[in-house]
Design a protein around this ligand. Structure first.
Ligand code: ASP
Ligand code: ZN
Length: 224
């Protein structure tokens, strides 16, 4: 398909998005963010939304939506592969002065606070979750039920798996799960099964890759 990007959207717009058909990027306000199109991981995140729309088509709410977001962050971090951070190249001087070096972290999600509106729905610490025991039970009207919040749990599972088998195999396994097994209503438990099965398909039953896929989900408390 044609891949269209719409840039210089709005005024001082600190965001980018996939609208179901194309990507749109703001220029940032120059303090919190600079031009969002300057971030390779941001562009990869938005493009992955396009891949997801045309494959698993995960619904953009609650756990399926958090999976949708996680696949975008994971492929963002695999394509912009110098680190496990999202958005480190588009943070502005004001954000950095506040200690915000990136938007989200796959290696250590809980180093950043969530927005104030979300805090009452978590465990009280107000940080991005890295385990199911830190899951945010958000209503639909707040971030579509936490799609950019609970995604961090899956992000951290993927990061953990990559520590065992590397980025290349992680990408092959997660891409297979997204394009072969997952469906619009898949939840976190379905993702565990799909990702382990994909590792078995690619590397064999009893392989170290299948064990690493399971280990990632075990680490974040998605046990079945
Ligand atoms: N603002 C969203 C994000 O942080 C944009 C998106 O989900 O594409 O990822
Ligand atoms: Zn997204």
């Amino acid at each position: 398909m044609a891949i269209n990007s719409y840039v210089h959207y709005g005024t001082n717009y600190n965001n980018a998005f996939w609208d179901g058909q194309q990507m749109t990027y703001g220029d940032g306000d120059g303090s919190y963010m600079i031009s969002l199109s300057a971030g390779l991981d941001v562009a990869a995140h938005e493009m992955t939304h396009g891949v997801t729309t045309n494959t698993a088509n995960l619904q953009y709410r609650f756990e399926p939506g958090a999976l949708n977001e996680a696949f975008s962050d994971i492929f963002g971090a695999l394509i912009d592969d110098a680190n496990w951070e999202i958005g480190e190249d588009i943070m502005g001087p004001g954000a950095k002065a506040d200690g915000r070096e990136s938007l989200r972290s796959l290696s250590d999600p809980s180093k950043y606070p969530v927005g104030a509106a979300y805090v009452p729905y978590g465990n009280g610490k107000g940080k991005y979750p890295a385990h199911m025991n830190e899951f945010y039970d958000l209503p639909r009207n707040l971030d579509n039920g936490g799609v950019h919040i609970n995604s961090s749990i899956i992000n951290h599972a993927a990061y953990t798996t990559a520590q065992d088998i590397g980025r290349e195999k992680l990408g092959k396994i997660y891409y297979r799960a997204l394009t072969v097994y997952l469906t619009p209503t898949s939840d976190f438990s379905d993702a565990r099964k799909a990702i382990i099965q994909s590792a078995v398909d690619l590397y064999g039953d009893g392989s170290s890759e299948a064990a690493a896929a399971a280990n990632g989900f075990n680490k974040v408390g998605i046990l079945e």
